[in-house]
Ligand binder design. Structure first.
Ligand code: OGA
Ligand code: MN
Length: 284
């Protein structure tokens, strides 16, 4: 399978595969490349929802879309700034707020006991100006941190809460149903890949605080980490072409959307695979 790197430290682009037509041997190769490179860009994938779901199932068990998101109770998430009539919504609309919430670095569903393993995102309608999706490899971040901080993180857990990431955009945007369904959960701050044992730092916009640290210590360490990762060198910025399909590993990557011309339509479809091997717990 031919591929090229998209960033010196992670991520590849594959041009010569149609994901709706791939053979078992090719799928196995893709699964191995996913574990190794964390991010795969497939160009020119004009696919149906069913084909996207079939491809996603190769990575594991599909997530059911949560309440408060377009696609509730299906296995797809629709990320769009268009309303049901195809009209682009304005700044104050819930969908525009969702977009802004996704513009904070995050790992999908880290607020769940079983967060996301793989996200499989297809750009169906993408803006010409702006609207890139950016990625940072958190294995790379782990390796670049001082050894003393690595050791500290190895022994720390963090509290993730959906309401926390939304509170920064609009505290009223989370419904009571979402609050009840998603109480705070605890995840280790360092995830170890079960196959190759590579370590990745695990935190993002849903991370409210670090367990067993004082409020000040926790916010200082989270600020330090946030400042550390916000370095151009560590970022891969994906400028979408229509029909690109990106698969990324949420165990080892954070991502965020980028602002775009608000009047331009954007329509992306995501299937998400659950990390059933994760070790999250409820905050007791
Ligand atoms: C996502 C996401 C960002 C974007 O699909 O999970 O956060 O660029 N997307 O829309
Ligand atoms: Mn996301």
């Amino acid at each position: 399978m031919n591929f090229k790197k998209v960033h010196p430290d992670f991520g590849i682009e594959i041009k010569d595969i149609k994901i709706n037509n791939a053979e078992t041997k090719e799928i196995n190769e893709i699964l191995n490349l996913f574990e190794e490179y964390s991010l795969i860009v497939f160009k020119n994938q004009k696919i149906t929802n069913e084909e996207q779901l079939d491809f996603a199932k190769n990575f594991g068990e599909l997530e059911v879309t949560k309440p408060g998101t377009i696609g509730t109770n299906s296995n797809l998430v629709i990320l769009t700034n268009m309303d049901e009539n195809g009209k682009v919504v304005d700044h104050s609309h819930k969908q525009a707020k969702n977009d802004r919430a996704n513009q904070q670095w995050h790992s999908d569903s880290s607020f769940k006991i079983h967060p996301a393993h793989a996200s499989i995102l297809n750009g169906r309608i993408t803006p010409k100006i702006g609207g890139s999706t950016q990625f940072i490899c958190m294995r790379n971040i782990y390796n670049k941190l001082d050894q003393s901080i690595q050791k500290q993180l190895d022994n720390l857990d963090a509290i993730h809460h959906f309401a926390h990431s939304r509170s920064k955009i609009d505290p009223t945007m989370v419904s009571q149903i979402e609050l009840d369904k998603f109480p705070p959960v605890v995840h280790p701050m360092v995830k170890i890949n079960p196959i190759n044992h590579k370590k990745a730092v695990y935190f993002g916009s849903h991370t409210k605080s670090i367990k067993n640290l004082s409020d000040v210590e926790s916010s200082n360490l989270l600020k330090y980490l946030n400042d550390f990762i916000n370095n151009e060198e560590y970022i891969y910025s994906h400028k979408w072409d229509d029909n690109d399909l990106i698969v990324w590993d949420n165990r080892s990557m954070v991502h965020r959307g980028q602002p775009y011309e608000i009047t331009e339509p954007r329509y992306l479809v995501r299937a998400t695979v659950s990390d059933t091997l994760s070790t999250g717990t409820y905050l007791s």
